[in-house]
Design a protein around this ligand. Structure first.
Ligand SMILES: C[S@@+](CC[C@H](N)C(=O)[O-])C[C@H]1O[C@@H](n2cnc3c(N)ncnc32)[C@H](O)[C@@H]1O
Length: 370
């Protein structure tokens, strides 16, 4: 595998509706911060001028985790501007399961949808990366994205002794931090271009909070260290090669609050110059619902069985991408199954400390009129 493999070539959440069913924590992250978006609309005070009002969910996966928030927000926009047609645009990478998005939003699954509750509403999808322009310049009114911008556009190199940049050190870690900075600024510059004057961005990003916490690091058994150790076990058992272990790296960069806000604090930064201003920033930890349930029911086997799918929903593509394509597909799948089975056995045997608590940095950004 190339050192600089482009993320778009292999990245996708597990499809077929698996993602939303397994990631109730991601839905909590969005739902519990809906008020930040409603407050932004209040400040935006959109004109009731009959022109289309466009909202997007960028990096939407199957659209299920944001559906309640999108319904609440679009109903509020409809109430404020009855004359404006509403366009809701779901975006992700080309390998995303867009069919599932449409099934979820058009009421063909058990997910509760807003589609029949809002009139003059048009739903679309786009497979253009958020690192590129997505909309005709100046036409996006409200851009939303959750739990997606930590995916960097390419791996800037390998991490030789870990699977994630949070466990990397020295130049290997620096390369991921720098790729994270470049992609963050690029994504913001493209949104500055997409946004209409007075438009808003609501970006709820995975990151590293003021106390150094990040996804899965709060319970005691660090999730990324566990991923790395179990992957190294497969290498030591001869199931995968040393090269496959080294090539297994998440194409992700977790940014600190300082790094997220830097482009808005430096008036010479191209992002600031392009008219983006930060209105709000905060960090929050959203508890892992499976670990919360475990405290109630105390059944370690049940916890392990329910917990591993949430990890698998977003991490499987990375572990699959590390395996040599010389292996038959069935062999790769068997290795991946063995990997997650070993994680489940670990949690079943010693459940304490395992928790995928979400650590997010919530940003509301305004595009000021030129
Ligand atoms: C962990 S999921 C989050 C999904 C959903 N937003 C949520 O909060 O539950 C991350 C999503 O971001 C998408 N993604 C990653 N890089 C992207 C890019 N450059 N452009 C658009 N989507 C991207 C992935 O394909 C995936 O569907």
């Amino acid at each position: 595998m190339s050192k600089t493999a482009a993320t778009a070539g292999f990245m996708s959440m597990k499809g077929g509706g698996y993602y939303s069913k397994a990631t109730i924590g991601a839905k909590h992250t969005i739902d519990r911060a809906t008020h930040l978006i409603l407050e932004a609309i209040e400040r935006m005070d959109p004109a009731d001028d009959g022109t289309p009002f466009t909202m997007s969910d960028m990096g939407c996966a199957d659209g299920g985790t944001s559906v309640s928030m999108v319904g609440t927000v679009l109903k509020e926009v409809r109430r404020r501007v009855p004359s404006r047609p509403l366009q809701m645009v779901y975006t992700d990478l080309p390998r995303n399961d867009f069919s599932q998005v449409f099934q979820n939003i058009h009421g063909q699954t058990d997910i509760e949808t807003y589609i029949d509750e809002i009139d003059d509403l048009y739903v679309f999808a786009s497979a253009t990366s958020f690192h590129k322009p997505i909309f005709p310049a100046g036409t996006l009114n409200l851009g939303f994205s959750a739990t997606a911008s930590h995916y960097i556009s390419e791996k800037p190199g390998v991490i030789s002794d870990h699977v994630h940049m949070v466990g990397a050190s020295g130049a290997e870690r620096e390369a991921y931090v720098e790729q994270g900075r470049l992609d963050w600024e690029r994504m913001l510059l493209n949104r500055a271009r997409d946004l209409a004057p007075g438009g808003r961005l609501a970006l709820f990003n995975f990151g590293i909070d003021e106390e150094g916490r990040y996804l899965g690091s709060t319970g005691g058994a660090d999730m990324f260290d566990t991923f790395s150790r179990l992957c190294a076990d497969l290498r030591d058992q001869g199931v995968i090669t040393a090269e496959e272990f080294v090539n297994t790296n998440f194409p992700q960069s977790y940014r600190t609050v300082e790094q997220f806000t830097a482009p808005f604090r430096d008036t010479a930064n191209p992002v600031y110059q392009a008219g983006l201003r930060m209105e709000h920033v905060e960090t929050r930890v959203v508890a892992c619902p499976f670990a919360v349930d475990f405290k109630e029911h105390g059944d370690a086997a049940r916890f392990a069985h329910e917990y591993i799918p949430t990890l698998r929903s977003w991490s499987e593509a990375t572990f699959a991408s590390g395996l040599s394509t010389a292996r038959p597909v069935e062999e790769r799948q068997a290795i991946i199954d063995r990997f997650y089975d070993s994680y489940e056995a670990l949690v079943r045997g010693a459940p304490d400390g395992h928790a995928m608590d979400y650590v997010h940095c919530y940003l509301i950004i305004e595009k000021v009129a030129a």
